[in-house]
Design a protein around this ligand. Sequence first.
Ligand code: PEP
Ligand code: MG
Length: 538
Amino acid sequence: MEGIKGKAILGRVAVGKLFYYKKEKRQVRRVGDADPGTELHRYEDAVRAAEQELLGLYEKACREVGEVNAAVFEVHRMMLTDEDYRDSVVNIIEGQRVNAEYAVAVTGDNFQKLFSSMEDEYFKARAADVKDVSDRLHRILSGQEESHGLLEPVILMAKDLAPSETVQLDKKKLLGFVTEQGSLNSHTAILARTMNIPALVGVPVREEWDGHMAAIDGETGTLYVDPDPETLALLEEKQACAEEKRRLLLELKDKDDVTLDGKRIKLYGNIGSVADVAAVLRYNAAGIGLFRSEFLYLEKNTYPTEEEQFAVYKQVAEMMAGREVIIRTLDIGADKQAEYFALGHEENPALGYRAIRICLTKPEIFKTQLRAIYRASAFGTISVMFPMVASVWEVKRAKELAAEVRGELESHGIPFGSVSLGIMIETPAAAVISDRLAREVDFFSIGTNDLIQYTLAVDRQNERLEEFYDPHHEAVLRLIEYVVRSGHTAGCSVGICGELGADTALTERFLRMGVDELSVSPAFLLEVRERIRGTDLR
Ligand code: PEP
Ligand code: MG
């Protein structure tokens, strides 16, 4: 048995078989003097096999995420039989007498470049689809299996997992995961917490462990490979203790979030998808304080349409049945990359083209999202907040675009509800000018994950800097206190939706500052409720 130390994202135990997740790199071999007849045959067979795969994926997606979200696989099926694409492959095979793999790869690259260079956002977005379709054909032609589907419940290990890969994993088969890279504050870690999945980072993973039994001890941050019966028994005991604690906490499930001296606090949940709403409801949170809408974009190979987004926001609003749902507009960029955005390489992505900066420079994408949000607001209580604000003009511009969207909806007779507008306070600039910003909006939500990284100049993604990423740093706490004060002076309510909101060592301090709302991963709702109910502010 080997016990390897890492850092735990969630204090939970998982036991299961290890699965090594390897990122495929496409190697294209050019074989000259190939027989065109044979290669054309191979190509046609591969197209048929790809069609079958896509049909299977479409049906699975329809069952799991609904028809609207499954439509992308239909688009891919159509691309497979697109005449221009086919003509190009056939031409290369016949003209250059090369293998089908090479013809598909060259065609895929050419079409991808062509789409990327187009002005129209819709066609630009098709570049990622063409790449996906070509990769699928290439994989089938090279006789490889599809790799990221999990066939059975496993503990997944990987060198690194991007947020976009994490969202695409089949959660029902994911017992836990272990990665070598990645920090406790990365979005992959936040996703694991939101989905309540035991996970460790900083574990030097080895491919030869693939298929071995393993256990994650989230309390000590240890991965046991081939655990012996005593260790397993010990972990089972820990699991039982945790269950018991959970059971006791569950008694708080329907209790009010009121301090001992009678102050009511809004305890909200953070979500990244519709699937997370169930946990928010189970623990009876009063609302959703952060819907990280960008995960909708990360799950896909192209921009989600207005209809697709509308369906999701409407569903969340309806499920929350009148309780507030705060949708954070698109916060793509930095560690949350979607290929089809083609954001390009940046020296300092955390200081780069991200969140509101993308929304304000690509208003058509922003307005599509705002339209979907406003339309969904007719079905519940929806608020909107903008991420990564640093200046007053950004908020003014975002509000103008929101007003344009409302005007357009009105002129088409499309109903929408009354939507409160807020901003995230997650840059030191926004915190320092929060008195000015408060005049522009209805509420603030403090994003401590980024506020800490930007205030302390410590990259939240860099696992080597974890000891410097000090969430309790006096500078951070003073900024939070100042934001609460300036928000309240201008009549703005103030919440915290970063991970620090779930830090029960600070709950009392936050409540004394006057924080109105704490929004936390659903897994932490009951612990925070317990702390609120035990706090006396007199
Ligand atoms: C934050 O920065 O605290 C926050 C809630 O946003 P995210 O973690 O998604 O950047
Ligand atoms: Mg943030």
